[in-house]
Ligand binder design. Structure first.
Ligand code: DC
Length: 233
């Protein structure tokens, strides 16, 4: 019986982390956890519960309601995990631009991070998890057997995200997408609590010039090496 490992995937916004994480999880028959969806779900809750005054987060109002937030992943008819907020499927709404524009301020709140990190750590207790986010290799699973830090050029990331949103029927401009990515990268890397950074033992995957299948092949090779090493222990 092959032993299972945890795989942590971190990186900037729209680097294709979730695409790789989903494909890796499917190949290895592991569970995929999209931690960004959890921060987005808390943000959606905050938007719907008067925690934003204009575009500014009213932290106290959010903190008073934190215990009323319940987040779960449920598989849809195609066996794809979707995030549910307080029992309601929120998978589509959490991807709206208004959530994307506010999520970094919610993700910077220490109490929100502590709550979600504890849930994420629980999901990985049995191993066999592929988790993507910003602090997975550094904070959530500092002892993950495989840590991948993904990166791609800003132009490539803007194009991919713009095309994704347009394909979903969203009305956005390329410039809006580009500015949102820059803004989020800045906030995610400079925030005080668990900023995005590469773990010392992470391997870097720059996919600016890689196809999906090429990046999957590379990551599967890395995973196989770690699983083999784990089996020998
Ligand atoms: O991966 P994403 O774009 O859906 O993530 C949404 C936001 O959540 C992103 O701007 C940073 C934040 N985030 C985080 O701070 N820590 C994580 N583990 C995952 C996401």
């Amino acid at each position: 019986m092959k032993s299972r490992i945890n795989i942590a995937i971190d990186g900037y916004s729209s680097c294709g982390k979730s695409t790789l994480a989903k494909e890796l999880a499917a190949e290895l028959r592991y569970i995929y956890v999209d931690t960004g969806a959890m921060y987005r779900a808390v943000t959606l809750f905050a938007v719907n519960n008067n925690c934003f005054k204009e575009d500014t987060l009213d932290k106290q109002t959010l903190l008073q309601q934190l215990s009323a937030i319940s987040i779960a992943f449920k598989n849809n008819a195609d066996n794809k995990p979707e995030v549910h907020l307080n029992g309601q499927n929120a998978e589509e709404e959490i991807r709206e631009m208004c959530v994307s524009q506010k999520v970094s301020s919610v993700a910077a709140v220490k109490e929100v991070r502590r709550l979600l990190v504890a849930q994420q750590q629980k999901m990985g207790e049995q191993k066999g998890v592929v988790m993507d986010g910003r602090d997975i290799g550094t904070v959530v699973f500092p002892r993950a057997e495989l840590k991948i830090f993904m990166t791609a050029s800003h132009e490539v990331r803007t194009r991919r995200r713009y095309e994704e949103l347009v394909n979903q029927g969203k009305t956005v401009t390329r410039n809006e997408v580009s500015e949102n990515l820059k803004h989020r990268d800045h906030l995610d890397t400079t925030r005080k609590e668990d900023p995005l950074r590469q773990a010392e033992d992470a391997v870097v995957l720059d996919n600016s010039n890689l196809t999906r299948s090429e990046q999957l092949k590379i990551a599967l090779r890395w995973a196989a090496e770690k699983i083999n090493a784990n089996n020998k222990q």
